[in-house]
Ligand binder design. Structure first.
Ligand code: GLN
Length: 396
């Protein structure tokens, strides 16, 4: 019998700080290990099974290593800080100071951790939208914050404005947003962002925005909350290279915020990792200077992949919810008669040979995600077409 959610096998009682004792091995690590073990097609963890652009991968080791760019990067005045500021300006129209308003981190995951640890006090309330990415809850726990979760519900995962208003109070230190949203693909609309902005101003709260899928916006225009009037001064905008350039292992991310907030993020970053890999920063700066045509091509390629997966899932009998951005879609598995997303994922791996992500792990109350599973389409077309074969296996 396959057991889906064990933690690591340790003969002795594991020793772990209280702030992390309730967290399991991440669902992505678990599911990818199971994919390997069962030789299953991995439509679970969001990493491309194809490589990033050849031009960004030339030679053995990036030229920066050979050119001696091998000592600690400076937190300010780096080539990458400038490239990030230039891209932000192009995307949002906001002119920022690369010296004082950009922090380069080891992936967006570190930007998230540094933001929480550098700007949130013990007991502060942080509003998050469920389903939420797993590292949010873990880093909020490390910071000692209290999580106020608001559930986005299918089919459209719209922000329930009245609930949001009711959740804001003087205790709200920040709201944590992710648009385009993992796992649902929901993109916040201008009206929703305006509402959020008004509440942040009214309660003098901050906004932490994870925008790592901004270049994977298919059905709508991506809007950064920071670009709304009065919001830059209270917003940390986080992003990374991994999804945009299909190079998730490079682990280069960043946080953009006014100097006052950057100070907190930078102090946390300084004591977490001190600096981010110097040669990779040079490689990342080169990637960010890629002409805009690349982003269009990326979107075109992914639109084809998305259609293959969504059509395959529909043909197999899933109810697929609309996804406007990211490389994920969420589907309702209940037509197949399983009790929970975990039970369904177990069946899918063992009997069909496909890995998906159960969504119940993305809620404070797992019951809320029980009927849905997440599939990714960041895989080559041959792999995605296998989803079509699900039909016979699921009904067979
Ligand atoms: N962001 C990726 C996803 O949602 C996973 C990254 C990870 O495994 N931590 O699939």
């Amino acid at each position: 019998m396959l057991r889906l959610l064990p933690t690591v096998k340790i003969a002795m009682t594991p020793k772990i700080a209280k702030r992390l004792e309730n967290f399991k091995t991440t669902i992505f690590t678990q599911m990818s290990s199971l994919a390997l073990k069962h030789g299953a097609i991995n439509l679970g963890q969001g990493f491309p099974n194809f490589d990033g652009p050849a031009g960004l991968r030339q030679g053995g080791g990036h030229p920066a290593i050979r050119e001696g760019k091998n000592q600690y990067a400076r937190a300010t005045a780096s080539l990458l800080n400038a490239a990030i500021a230039a891209r932000f300006q192009k995307d949002t129209g906001l002119t920022i100071d690369p010296e004082t308003e950009v922090t380069v981190t080891s992936g967006c995951t570190e930007a998230i951790a540094a933001t929480m640890l550098g700007l949130v006090n013990l007991g502060d309330e942080i509003i998050v939208f469920a389903p939420f990415y797993d590292s949010y809850q873990a880093t909020l726990s490390m910071a000692g914050a209290r999580v106020r979760s608001i559930t986005l519900r299918p089919p459209d995962f719209a922000v329930p404005i009245a609930e949001l208003r009711a959740a804001f109070s003087e205790k709200t230190r920040a709201i944590l947003l992710n648009t385009p949203h993992n796992p649902t693909g929901k993109m916040l609309t201008m009206a929703e962002l305006q509402e959020i902005a008004a509440l942040c101003v009214e309660y003098d709260s901050l906004a932490f925005c994870d925008e790592v899928y901004d270049k994977l916006a298919f059905e709508a225009e991506h809007i950064s909350l920071a670009s709304l009037p009065g919001m830059f001064e209270r917003t940390v905008t986080m992003n990374s290279l991994g999804k945009t350039f299909s190079l998730t292992g490079w682990k280069i991310g960043w946080a953009i915020a006014p100097a006052t907030l950057t100070w907190g993020v930078r102090q946390a970053h300084a004591f977490l990792t001190f600096a981010t890999s110097t040669p990779m920063q040079h490689a990342a700066a080169a990637a960010l200077s890629t002409p805009d045509g690349y982003y269009e091509e990326l979107r075109r390629d992914y639109a084809v992949k998305k259609e293959i997966l969504v059509e395959g899932l529909r043909a197999a009998g899933f109810v697929v919810y609309p996804s406007s951005g990211t490389y994920f879609v969420v589907a309702d598995h209940t037509p197949f008669g399983f009790d929970s997303d975990v039970a369904f994922c177990e069946y899918l791996i063992q009997e069909v040979g496909v890995v998906a992500i159960p969504t119940s792990v993305f809620y404070l109350d797992p019951e809320e995600g029980k009927s849905m599973v997440r599939f990714t389409f960041c895989k080559d077309e041959g792999t995605l077409r296998e989803a079509e074969f699900l039909r016979d296996d699921l009904f067979g």
